[in-house]
Ligand binder design. Sequence first.
Ligand code: PLP
Length: 400
Amino acid sequence: QFSDVPVVGQVGYIEVNTAFQNDVSPLKVDLIYGTFRSEDGSIYLLPVVKRAENMVVNDTLNHDYLSPTGIEGFSKSACRLLLGDIEKLWNDGKVFGVQSIGGTGALKIGAEFLSRHMNCTTVYYPDPSWEMHGAVFSFSGFQNKIQYRYMNRETLEIDFEGLCEDISNAPVDSVVILHACGHNPTGLDLSKEQWRTIAEIMKERKLIPFFDIAYQGMASGDIEEDTWAIRHFHSEGFEFLCAQSFSKMFTMYNERVGNLTIVQKSGHNIGSLKVHIERIVRSLYSSPSNHGAMAVFQILSNPELYDEWSSSFKAMAARMIELRKAFRKALEEEGAFRKWNHITDQKGMFILLHLTDNQVEYLRNFHHIYMVNSGRVNVTGLNFTNISYVAKAIIDTLRK
Ligand code: PLP
């Protein structure tokens, strides 16, 4: 009977968000999801996206099905955004892309492919990482989910020695998830030197890189610079997968736009590879939807829209940097007993305050401030109205 299904509660982001929605206090502050907020707290929509969406609506003549792999031009533009000029590689079948339901969908298609067709059973992902990595892979049959050391919780810096040691011990054909930039939740990115070392270890150990890029352009403020690690692995001759999310880059969260890029050494089997991917998609959701991907495709393929879009990253990144500085200053003014330099050292959308579960709960119950485990803060949930309130509350919590 259905009633025999074990009782469970909500967890993670969903649980925190439900509690936030139910809180009637006018003081409440939402630092939960990674959605880009304006100064007034509303969810920002890039004007260029709105323009592109209107163009798509005007151009739509019917709502015919897309193919399981989606809009080819969109996927090709997405791959280009990652790897630069791919014309020849695309024609040779060495690079190809599949439109997906957000970045999560790209991870899912990739996990299914690796499990079914590469017989992979082990996945490594960072400790800490975005909360869905483990779940997506275990639902796709990966029996071994192992977290490699990423952040030293004492120093709040990258534990590079631990990271290297852990992946050096990974069995051949393990899949290793790598955040290409704007690491979620720590905001700590590897240096180019560190990426080079990781590529050497992975090559030696015959590991399969699976990049996850959800914040391209939002870590360094430069779209190309943020793909450096991926391009380095490519230049080193790796075969790899990359899940791209366009949710944050285009401020389009509910249109679920993403792409899975597959890079292989030889293109001779490209036809079969596509059929396998098509079958996976057919069994998951048959085919993707059109509107959001088409709007992204408009922007990526129209030079005028592209320029407007790519320059808007500079403003978004600048706002995040400004908020980081102001937040650090507010915390330092409230209480100097802890170092806050990590707030301005980290990059991207998230600040990891590294709080205990009790502290996160205290902030929620006594100050109406909502964030996910370990004290991960969406930096754009802060604004010049609430920043000092949040800083005071955090200091109060730490003093308890
Ligand atoms: N990967 C990382 C690292 C993320 O932070 C997120 C979203 O927060 C995703 C993937 C999923 O992106 P999407 O919402 O497009 O599925």
